[in-house]
Design a protein around this ligand. Structure first.
Ligand code: NAD
Length: 309
């Protein structure tokens, strides 16, 4: 890969992705890291003193790195880290590879890409949002949805690098289509979690054991991973967040954010969704509910009044 890599955004996901890079990259490759929260940078630098070098801005990291990866919360953060004062685009990025793994709206991504390609025509920015959660980031099993065509000449280098942090790289067709794919995926999985919560609740209230219901779905036409490995009902699948107090999952507020981005995208492209508004209202309300906030998004089962015993 490259001799120097930059990583910006050391949050719940980014910290583990950077840890994997620090552990997997050859000794000679240096990792330059930056986050707006100094303690996050200090922690990871202290853990890998020979490998990781502290950065103090997007520009600082960009100047020193051949490849720059970003993992930030929302479009406004991505715009500020790339285009703001002391941002990546004010650094030396000609000829460099830039990879944004954040889940943001396609419009913000395309705006950043256009601005950067005007000021630094030989830089290449890709969208590569991820799926698989914090545990997947820790284990290195996340999937990357890459915004480029299957025959893009950068794919071999991107695959080598992204495979250090995850187990699947799926080219989705062109710029911003990785993001469109991610939002479509999260829309679907969010709807399924609500549908599964309602279907299980009606079955349980009719006298069925939820473990029997899960077996029925798995053998029938309703087979899917949300009703199985991520079952919203506690006690069906021992490793599911629901069986562990809805902890260590994909926070309900993040589902609300992705769901809302997906609905904006649907509206922009003229796609109808009868379930979308009901889904968004549900995730908005669950995010505000003290019994659900900060917990795994499958806590919608609790929000909808399901019996957890
Ligand atoms: P997070 O909020 O934990 O981390 C984001 C980090 O970015 C924070 O440490 C924050 O300090 C840093 N940051 C914000 N503004 C900055 C700036 N201007 N300069 C430098 N650093 C800045 O979020 P996360 O859970 O790691 O998620 C990151 C992205 O990945 C989001 O778009 C999220 O939707 C997506 N995602 C999250 C998960 C998950 O399970 N957490 C799963 C898949 C995708």
């Amino acid at each position: 890969a490259a001799d120097s890599i930059g990583f910006i955004g050391l949050g719940a996901m980014g910290m583990w992705m950077a840890v994997r890079l620090a552990e997997k990259l050859p000794k000679s490759t240096k990792l330059h890291v930056y986050d707006i929260v100094p303690s996050l940078v200090e922690d990871i630098c202290a853990r890998y003193p020979d490998k990781i070098i502290r950065g103090f801005s997007g520009k600082g990291v960009a100047d020193k790195s051949e490849v720059i990866i970003t993992m930030l919360p929302e479009g406004k953060h991505v715009k500020s880290v790339y285009l703001g004062p002391d941002g990546i685009s004010s650094g030396d990025i000609e000829g460099k590879l830039l990879i944004d793994c954040s889940t943001i709206d396609t419009g913000s991504f395309l705006e950043v890409k256009k601005t950067i390609s005007q000021s630094s025509p030989s830089s290449r920015l890709f969208d590569a949002p991820v799926s698989g959660g914090v545990i997947g980031a820790q284990k290195g099993t996340i999937a990357f949805f890459l915004g480029c065509a299957e025959d893009n000449k950068e794919i071999p280098q991107l695959t080598v690098l992204l495979s250090l942090m995850g187990s699947k790289v799926i080219p989705c067709g062109g710029p911003s289509l990785g993001l469109a794919a991610k939002l479509s995926n999260n829309y679907l999985s969010g709807i399924i979690a609500i549908a599964c919560s309602e279907a299980m609740d009606m079955g349980m209230r009719s006298g069925l054991d939820p473990r029997v219901l899960a077996k029925v779905y798995a053998a029938g036409t309703a087979q899917n991973t949300i009703c199985d490995r991520f079952c919203p009902v506690p006690g069906v699948y021992p490793e599911a967040p629901s069986s562990n107090g809805y902890r260590n999952g994909f926070k309900v507020q993040l589902m609300k954010k992705d769901f809302s981005l997906a609905l904006d995208m649907a509206q922009k492209v003229g796609s109808q969704n009868v379930l979308g508004n009901a889904g968004l209202r549900t995730y908005e309300a669950a995010s505000e509910d003290a019994r659900c906030r900060d917990l795994d998004s499958r806590v919608v089962f609790r929000y909808l009044g399901g019996n957890e015993n």
